[in-house]
Design a binder for this molecule. Structure first.
Ligand code: CO
Length: 134
């Protein structure tokens, strides 16, 4: 069902401060930056090997990431697994009896399609399925 870990999502208070750390201090290459209204975040991708770290600054305190920051502070937010066929992956997750947050894919960074599995179904780890843009 999954090809590899696509990215780790990290909730941050300030994207520029986070890029100072990941890009400038840790030397990862910045690959992309995008305002994603559909997810209520401004996101930046930094690359490490074939994977990424997705830095997420909320656009508002009411967004998913905004509420996460208020409740738990900055830190690890989700893990994302890459799939070649997100509809099949959603079907397989549901067939396994696990609840999806997103029954249908929505838009992710760089034209990808993504869907989140409910964290109560995955031991408290918010899990994202990602089908990269082709
Ligand atoms: Co993500």
């Amino acid at each position: 069902m999954f090809g590899q870990i696509d990215h780790i999502g990290v909730a941050v208070e300030d994207l520029d401060d986070a890029l100072d750390l990941y890009r400038d201090a840790l030397g990862m290459r910045q690959q992309h930056r995008e305002r994603l209204e559909s997810q209520g975040v401004e996101a930046a991708l930094v690359g490490v090997g074939d994977g990424h770290v997705e830095l997420l600054e909320p656009l508002s305190p009411e967004s998913n990431v905004g509420r996460f920051l208020a409740r738990r502070g900055p830190g690890l937010h989700h893990v994302a697994y890459r799939t070649a066929d997100i509809e099949s992956a959603i079907g397989a997750v549901r067939a396994a009896g696990l609840d999806m947050i997103d029954e249908q894919p929505r838009g992710g960074v760089q034209g990808s399609r993504v869907a989140f599995v409910h964290p109560r179904a995955t031991g408290g780890v918010l899990t994202e399925l990602v089908e990269p843009a082709h």
